[in-house]
Design a protein around this ligand. Sequence first.
Ligand code: ASP
Length: 428
Amino acid sequence: MANPQDKVKIITKDKEIEGILMPTESEDSVFIKLDSGYNIGIDKKTVKKIDILQKKVEKQQKKKAIKESKSLKKIAILHTGGTIASKVNYETGGVIAAFSAEDLLEMVPELATISNIETELVANMMSEDMRTSNYKKLAKAIKKHAESGADGIIIGHGTDTLAYTAAALSFIFESINIPVLLVGSQRSSDRGSTDSASNLICAAHFITQTDFAGVAVCMHHTSDDKTCAILPGTKTRKMHTSRRDAFKPINADPIALIDYEKGKISHQANNYPKKQKESKIILKDKFDESVGLLKTHPFMGDKIFEFFTKNYDAIILEATGLGQAPTNKGEEHLKNYELLKKYIQKGGIVAVTSQCIYGRVHPDVYVNLRRLANIGCIFCEDMLPETALIKLSWLLGNYDAKKASELLTQDLRGEISDRSLYKEEFIG
Ligand code: ASP
């Protein structure tokens, strides 16, 4: 009997197809990987016979010598793991982080025609396990490659918390004179529909053509392979679990679009941070991990408020609407209000953001909002809850609580948009 990873020939009523047998949960179809890299499913009812051509085919690791070209710019690819660096484990059928940075290059050889590439393995993890120590390690590697002459950095990263890392690196680098792009992929690199190659290639094109400096995200703009987008590091969110165009700028526009086939970039406006003639790297990489993110909801008991106010130095409230929280009516809710009031009196910081995601919180529109503002809750304008979490833990790592509270509502890295530029637009 054929097992996953065996090279097989599948004989159906009207064709013969060769490939590597894939694991599957499906009872109706068999899946094989073709030499082209694409996976296809074949209806079991049509299969007459499966011949084993070779038992368990392991991928041959061919390491090619990479030649440098003087006329090309230099890009450092730092690898942290995630789906962009994953393949299907043929034994279990699950996706595992398995590629080294060199493997990424081997997988996308076009990169070497766009720029000279150097690679470094910084981590090999799924991004849901990221901690601030990983941000620090990444920042150190970015600094090292920037100082040794890289014209840009691509960070291969899992998509789940890619936007959090983009925000963290945005704050860490008070000044950096090259583009630093976080690139992920929604479909694993050995799937026919993978977006890893196109995202990486677009990121490389952008780096070699732009005057942008700072941290941004490069992912699919459309669900086809035609266009990728460069998205602002502090105003981007993963808005879909599986679509390739999952990453969207929130309360902001893309910085640039890249035509994948033509390799051409187009900046969408002129107000992005640009490279300076003279600039040195300024890096502040400390974080206070004692910041909690609390999503409010109906019938929210005081126990959770008690827990957060007892255990955290600061709380981001992901409140409803314009910034409302269950603190107005009913015994439990009034207790929530008292808990927050006492917490702030004792030096705790409460920052208010909105689970609406699009739009801006406002302390004045309703009396209930004013009650929160009056006890010292800080309304974070149109900052994303995740960005507020990263920003406040970064601020508390690098400044005292008073300064951190002051800086929270000042725009440091594009995380708060100017009210006058704010457009009432959002994705449908
Ligand atoms: N869970 C994975 C991660 O974030 C998903 C991905 O890479 O897209 O690392």
